[in-house]
Design a protein around this ligand. Sequence first.
Ligand code: FAD
Length: 460
Amino acid sequence: MKNKQQNILIIGAGLCGTLLALRLGQRGYKVSVYEKRPDLRTTEMASGRSINLAFSDRGNKAMKLVGLEEQVKGLCVPMHGRLIHDKNGDTVQSNYSGRKEEHINSISRNDLNALLLNEAEKHAHVNFYFNRTCKSVNFEQTTALFHDEGSQKDFIEDADVIIAADGVGSSLRRSYFLDRDFLFSFSQDYLTHGYKELSILPNENGDYLAKKNALHIWPRKDFMLIALPNLDGSFTVTLFLSYDGGLYNFNNLTTEEKVVEFFKTEFPDALLIMPNLAAEFFKNPTSPLGTIKCSPWHYKGNTLLIGDAAHAIVPFYGQGMNAAFEDVVVLDTILDMNLGSWEATFKAYQKKRKIDTDAIADLAMDNFQEMKEHVIDPIFQQKRKLELLLEKTFPAHYHSKYAMVTFTEDLDYHVAMLRGRAQDRAVLTLLSNGTIKLNPKPTKEDLQKFLEQIKHDTNQ
Ligand code: FAD
């Protein structure tokens, strides 16, 4: 593996594959990336995948690694908190942190991907091939079978190492799964809910029609609507709804009248600024959501799964891309160890990483409940209020679970999960049994006592 003239083949030029190509290129490796879609810099992409994403500190650490932090900042719209909309159209903001500097960002998937592609291509030994779909991987031989969408011909590529960053439907993962001699464990859990993307366009002056620097959320227990701002004054709106449960669902929203009636009842203030709702609803696809876990991610030193191909998660913590970027950072630190072979490198990588990607998968499922239900539950609202007070008053000593997951570069996800869950249990118990009261407004001394009690109950 010290021989950098080896040919590394990456399948997928999405966010993770392109970042990986850039980083390996910076390290001097010869890299070829094959992507099934056309080049997104020169082609209008079909809708269907999230148009914008919440980008936070773990993702930013990867941008620092490749020297793109400042350029990425220019693509970001900061979001300081959730703006929660009730059925009357009244809103209340719940900030993400009591520390002023901590916020998440809305970023365009395409703009970020394009930036990474441009940077990766600056390395002469990194090459991208678009419109090439991988059909299968022979992981014994380290070859991949591709279909050229232009010539409509199949061809085989030989490589020294193949890394699959081809997302939730990974071709390498499928090849692992279909091989009867390879002991490959795999689970796929679909949600009963799917999602559909819609939009709120800017007004004729290009201004935002809703508050710009927030993640808007309309939580309705069994379903929810969210909206993230884009740089051009628009918002990308996502409806998360059951396929067939409840009064309204994707299967029974079959006419424009019904869709409008649903929004009038549940999201009336959103409907007012969504004149294109009915048309978009039927034009845009409904897509499923799920969690994929599998193991092993690698076969000897020949092949490796990375990003969503190894661990797809539901989007409710805003961490899928951030985790995929963190994969590249972790792999990079393992490469720094010079373990002598790709096999040793891949083994060490999975050993370090899998426990964390399993953790963020579970946390993301927990957050589904929190976003659609708990944000409107009085006890959870009190918990959030207390946490913000503690973070503001003792910024170095209190970090909510959300902050441990989102506003940190170095705390492993599984540690954030264990500490965060224990802390959540302690806080909820102390609020429920009246040990912690927020009325009348607690003094600094009260908060100090609360903090000590929480630390004590959490064994910290
Ligand atoms: P992908 O982005 O899926 O890229 C895979 C690439 O491989 C694509 O370019 C694809 O065209 C290509 N490809 C696929 N199959 C083949 C093949 N056979 N041959 C060649 N190429 C192939 N994450 C966040 O961090 N924050 C968020 O707010 C957030 N919101 C989300 C909202 C929704 C609705 C969804 C669905 C996901 C969200 N995510 C979010 C998750 C995020 O989109 C993924 O985690 C991230 O895109 C993973 O990157 P990836 O490169 O591993 O996979």
